[in-house]
Structures are given as structure tokens and as C-alpha cells.
Design a protein around this ligand. Structure first.
Ligand SMILES: [Mn+2]
Length: 320
């Protein structure tokens, strides 16, 4: 059989595709198209005829294998670990799990899910290097890092490969190369490739730049750090506040998109303050959304964004 692989355009998606590619090859199957997908496609994805109608590539379409991305009833195989993976109510009703259609929200990563399910359901003997790959995706995809420093230093090969995919993934050719490399080589071997080393060096330089900006502009109010990135052309370093000031319990970040959309992002320090305040509930009062540990709000004016930031910082300092 020949298949097309559709996978989320992130490290977990690429790694899941690598595991699947290796499994398919072991059965004598082949892959015609490697197709990274992202949530901006969602409206189109939710149409019944997506796989025949989309313009992501030209030419013949083969049965679709979907990994680490939303459910589609026409998919020949579907593996996902997002609890909200089935987006349409009628599709939720229709969905019948079987050995090739598996939603497993208890997995930290889809890579680990695919690795486990294919071994269990098909007695597949995977290449040895996939055990470490699945372990690392459980760290990266669920942000279960050992420390804030680990996310800044990019010392581990897995984190270097993650940075490479964030920068270079997304094109059909680039993603196909990455998936094939992950299927064939260990993470340390991929991190040693000249192309990867070059990209990681650029990323590290940009992290240093961004850190200098954070150091100069981060404000502290009690246990809450805040930073205004609306005028900064630097990387957004989600964990930099906790790296620079480990006593920080919460961090608030303001960014801008387009002409006048102000985003305020709120997060908790995962190494200090697990599961105290419900950030999603706090930002909901401002029309925002999120989960217990992270949330976001959007405003049309800087004044509104700044006012909300001030109020949220006060709430985060008072309770919990
Ligand atoms: Mn994932």
C-alpha cells in the first residue's frame, strides 16, 4: 500500500511521522507525500472532502494517515493525544476506535502513543533509537523540562533538533527530510549534522539576544514577572522569567500582532507553583481563554491591555 502522511507541524508531529514511516516500511508499504499541517487549516480540514479537495500538493492522493492532528473520518489511520482531537460533534458520534484509529489523551506525546500502539497492536519490533525519541517527546511536547535553564541552554540533542524543526520544518521538502532523518538516525546523530549545527548556532545567538532584552526590561511585582515585547524584535522565551529569577511564580507577557491587536499571555512557573491558581478562569473575565497553567487575552488598545495586565498581576499576587 501507498499512503500520504499528514502530521502536526511540530517536533511531535514529525517524530510521530518518523515512527509511522518506519512501521509502514517494515510492512512493505510506502509513503508518497509528507504533509505538515497546522491549525490555521482547521476550517478546511473539517470538510468531508478535505483530502481530495485540498491544494497542499498536486497529483494523485493516497489513503491518509493523520498523526498528532485533528480527527478526520476519511483518514485510513489516525493517532492523536489531544483530548479535543475530534472537533465536530457529528464526527464524535461517528467515531469508532480500532487498532488504526486511536485517541489516547493520557499520553504526553503522540510519538510515544504511536510507538506503543504499533508495537502492541501489530507486534512490530521498532528500531532501538525510537525508545529515546518517545521519551524525549514526552518532555518536549508536554513542556516537562528539568529546569528553565534546560530550555535556554539547548544542550541536549533533542532540544537542538526541536529548535531545528521549529526553524526549518513546515515545507513539504524540509519536513520530509526531517521525518526520514528521525526514522533512520538517533537524536545525537541528527544533532551532529552540519545543517542542524548551523541552525542551532543561529538559534542560540537569538536566545542570547532575547535574554539580554528580558534582563533589561523584565519588571517584578511581588511574585509576578512581566515583560512588554510589543516593540521588541526578539524571540519569545516562555521560560526566561523563571531562568532569570527562579522565585518568580507567574509571568505575564504582552505582545502585538498586526496593527493593533495586543496579546497578554499569562503562565505559571512549572518548577515552583504547580496547580495553584486557575489562570484560564482568571483570563476568562477579560474574554480570554486557556488552561489551568496558561492563558491568553486579546485587546484592541494598548491602554486596555495594560489595565488588564495590572489587574491580573494584582490577582496573581493576592490569591493562592
Ligand atoms: Mn503532540
Amino acid at each position: 500500500m501507498t499512503y500520504d502522511l499528514y502530521f502536526h507541524n511540530d517536533f511531535d508531529g514529525h517524530a510521530s511521522a518518523a515512527v509511522m514511516l518506519s512501521f509502514l516500511k517494515s510492512r512493505g508499504d510506502r509513503v508518497a507525500h509528507f504533509v505538515p499541517v497546522d491549525y490555521h487549516l482547521q476550517d478546511e480540514w473539517l470538510r468531508e472532502d478535505f483530502f481530495s479537495a485540498h491544494k497542499l500538493f498536486r497529483g494523485k492522493r493516497y489513503p491518509a494517515v493523520v498523526l498528532d492532528f485533528a480527527y478526520h473520518p476519511k483518514a485510513a489511520m489516525w493517532f492523536d493525544h489531544h483530548p479535543t482531537g475530534i472537533k465536530r460533534a457529528d464526527w464524535r458520534k461517528r467515531f469508532m476506535p480500532d487498532s488504526l484509529h486511536v485517541l489516547a489523551p493520557h499520553y504526553f506525546s503522540c510519538c510515544h502513543e504511536v510507538y506503543d500502539v504499533l508495537r502492541k497492536n501489530f507486534g512490530w519490533k521498532p528500531p532501538r533509537h525510537f525508545a529515546a525519541l518517545a521519551q524525549w517527546l514526552d518532555v518536549v511536547d508536554a513542556a516537562r523540562y528539568a529546569s528553565a535553564r534546560q530550555t535556554i541552554a539547548l544542550k541536549e540533542p533533542a532540544l537542538q533538533v526541536d529548535a531545528f524543526i521549529e526553524r526549518e520544518g513546515g515545507s513539504a521538502a524540509g519536513s520530509a527530510r526531517i521525518v526520514k532523518a528521525l526514522a533512520a538516525k538517533s537524536l545525537p546523530a541528527i544533532a551532529r549534522l552540519p545543517r542542524v549545527r548551523k541552525t542551532v548556532a543561529v538559534q542560540k545567538a537569538e536566545i542570547r539576544n532575547a535574554l539580554a532584552f528580558y534582563r533589561a526590561h523584565m519588571a517584578f511585582d511581588g511574585r509576578v514577572a512581566s515583560i512588554d515585547l510589543t516593540k521588541a524584535k526578539v524571540l519569545r522565551l516562555r521560560f526566561a522569567p523563571y531562568y532569570l529569577e527562579p522565585r518568580t511564580a507567574y509571568a505575564v507577557r504582552m505582545t502585538m500582532s498586526g496593527e493593533n491587536v495586543f496579546h497578554v499571555n499569562v503562565g505559571e512557573n512549572p518548577w515552583r507553583h504547580r496547580n495553584r491558581l486557575d489562570i484560564g478562569a482568571i483570563v476568562k473575565k477579560y474574554g480570554g481563554g486557556g488552561h489551568k497553567t496558561v492563558g491568553g487575552m486579546e485587546f484592541r488598545t494598548r491602554a486596555d491591555a495594560e489595565q488588564a495586565t495590572k489587574e491580573v498581576i494584582a490577582i496573581l499576587n493576592k490569591k493562592g
